[in-house]
Write a new protein. Sequence first.
Length: 205
Amino acid sequence: MLYAEYAVLVVIGYLLGAIPSALIAGKLLKGIDIRQYGSGNIGAANTLRTLGLGPSAAVFLADAAKAALPVLLARWLTGEPAVEVAVGMAAIAGHNWPAYIGWRGGRGVSSSFGVLLVFSPLAAAICLLVFAGVVALTRYASLGSLVGSVVGCLLLVAMVFSSWLPPAYGVYAIVGAALIIIQHRSNIARLLQGKERKLGERVET
């Protein structure tokens, strides 16, 4: 029964993570499918370009919450860091590959932040500051996400080696950061070519 409980928690994590917050926001606010505008992504950055700052902030919070909540549930029910990590990764997978809308989702940045916030609020706060700083300097949300994810990875790994956090969180740090980098591979190519979209470039809807 114990392993069945773990499996149910992982499924719950995926199903919550797969809720397409940006798509819902686009439908409710403007009656549009956000996947048909801008980058076609269902994340906070494309929401900002397409719908504006307020909806983008709401999508960011929703995407973070839908990953953080199942991890908190796993912590409450099991107290097992490895289960928390499995549930968190399932929520991120749900966001990236949501079964509800044909497996085409986002890049997992906001959802990864939600998981990180549960594991280490301090590391999450530092990552958020790093992200904001990079975006303020460059106006590239993708670059801010990439740098922030690497910083978060290094911070969690350092905390694990310092015995502040359980070893399972170190696994999340490495796998989570690698997944964000992989999901941003097209952005990395555009950054290298000087063709990446900058924040502030609104999309006509």
